[in-house]
Write a protein that binds this ligand. Structure first.
Ligand code: GLN
Length: 454
């Protein structure tokens, strides 16, 4: 049924870069056979899933939205993909994204735009717009995204779906094509909070192949989602982050946010205001740290090892000239912009002034979170300042594009978990997202509060 739905809506939505129909049907048949034999199966066995194209899948094209990886078929599975396969979830295919996960609209994909199912002239968010659109358009009930600065939560907000950025180290990064290694985290994109919890529990937990993977077991996220569904939040203290509202936020977004606060109070939660004074510098710090790490991570795309190889049009074919020709042709403008920025920020003489200062700001933001979590069990904010904007509207203005992530980026800088869930429609008839943030390793709180609001 999902493959039929994909065939029907893909010409308009374009959420997928690759559909693996035969493999998905084979997995579904295998799960049926195992069920018929009376085998004990995972709760999500047989439930189809879509995977963002930044996650490597053995033998299946994986491009990270870039020309430079066109035609590359990875020789192994990411840990999270291996876990999905072992549990018997048919993988429907790979979803569209901004090139190397750099963007907030999926318009930086080298393979064309994804359209928001709510209004096809609008962006589905980014960088994981394909995963969110696939879930919103009922092409897939579950999807995997990755979130370095908001790429799971902002697409969830603008497509009326649920998206979770787990605690850093909670879901293995083995087999993710790295953007910024100290910020990247994979997580669920779904239509309900409980679905996200089930998927988080499946793909999360310790992995010896990722040196930053948390060794202790995950908190009981599924239990928390089930408990939250009873709608009782008495004893829970909710902190409204003063710096993540007001100027720059659309009136309809703020109105839905206030209504969600009312629902929290009605559920018995105590709502207080908290201040995180350094959040105002989060975007600036992020756009030094991210390009610095990305410029290093993307150095491996050299025309020798993976995908595209372009030989210089004239002159000698030296390694350096092949690299220059391949990278010049293979990377898009946004990727080049960030490689240049990052290389500059890391260069001798500027390292302390830029990268070093940004890391100090990161520490101040972590301290803001620590102080806020001394006053509240969870923090809340709108997920994104506006609803989905029109395709093309911000494409020529990188700063306007970057501003989409003001409310999501602090979460990545501190490594704490965040969830976005639908908070109703704005005055323009488009979905608004409500963000819940918890302390590191307390992802269960996201699910309890999220399920209570649903
Ligand atoms: N929009 C942000 C950026 O462009 C977030 C990206 C992400 O989370 N992968 O960096």
């Amino acid at each position: 049924a999902h493959l039929d739905r994909i065939a029907a809506v893909e010409p308009a939505v374009h959420a997928f870069l690759h559909v693996s129909g035969e493999d998905a049907l084979a997995t579904a048949a295998d799960v049926d056979a195992r069920r018929a034999r009376g085998e004990e199966l995972h709760a999500l066995a047989g439930v189809p899933i879509a995977v963002k194209d930044v996650v490597v899948t053995q033998g299946v094209p994986t491009t990270a939205g870039s020309r430079i990886l066109e035609g590359w078929r990875p020789p192994y599975d990411a840990t999270l993909v291996a876990r999905i396969k072992a549990a018997g979830l048919p993988i429907l295919g790979k979803t569209n994204m901004d090139e190397f996960a750099m963007g907030s609209s999926t318009e930086h994909s080298a393979y064309g735009d994804t359209h928001n199912p709510w209004d096809l002239d609008r962006i589905p968010g980014g960088s994981g717009g394909g995963s969110a659109a696939a879930v919103a358009a009922f092409e897939a009930p579950l999807a995997i995204g990755t979130d370095t600065g908001g790429s799971i939560r902002q697409p969830a907000a603008v497509t009326g779906t649920v998206g979770v950025k787990p605690t850093y180290g909670s879901v293995s990064r083995y087999g993710l094509i790295a953007l910024a290694s100290s910020l990247d985290q994979a997580g669920p994109c779904t239509r309900t909070v409980l679905d996200s919890a089930l998927l988080h529990a499946l793909v999360g937990g310790h992995d010896p192949l990722d040196s930053t993977s948390i060794p202790e077991p995950l908190p009981d996220v599924v239990g928390a989602a089930r408990r939250g569904a009873d709608g009782d939040l008495s004893g829970v203290r909710v902190g409204v982050v003063r710096e993540l509202q007001g100027e720059g936020y659309q009136a309809g977004v703020l109105a839905r946010f206030e209504e969600s606060l009312t629902l929290l109070r009605e559920a018995g939660a105590e709502v207080v205001e908290v201040s995180c004074p350094h959040f105002g510098y989060a975007l600036e710090a992020y756009y030094l740290i991210l390009p610095a790490e990305a410029s290093s991570n993307l150095a491996k795309f050299d025309g020798m090892r993976f995908g595209l190889r372009v030989e210089p049009e004239d002159g000698p074919v030296t390694a350096e000239r092949v690299m220059a020709a391949t990278r010049g042709r293979g990377f898009g403008d946004e990727v080049k912009r960030r490689i240049i920025l990052g290389t500059y920020a890391l260069s001798a003489g500027y390292y302390d002034a830029y990268y070093g200062s940004a890391q100090k700001v990161r520490t101040l933001i972590q301290r803001d979170f620590a102080a806020a979590f001394a006053q509240a069990d969870v923090l809340v904010s709108p997920t994104a300042p506006t609803t989905a904007f029109r395709l093309g509207e911000k494409l020529d203005d990188p700063l306007a594009m970057y501003l989409n992530d003001v409310a999501t980026i602090p979460v990545n800088l501190a490594g704490v978990p965040g969830l976005s869930l639908p908070a109703g429609l704005s005055d323009d008839g488009l979905p608004v997202g409500f963000q819940v943030i918890a302390p590191a390793k307390a992802d269960d709180r996201l699910y309890r509060v999220g399920a209570a609001l649903e």
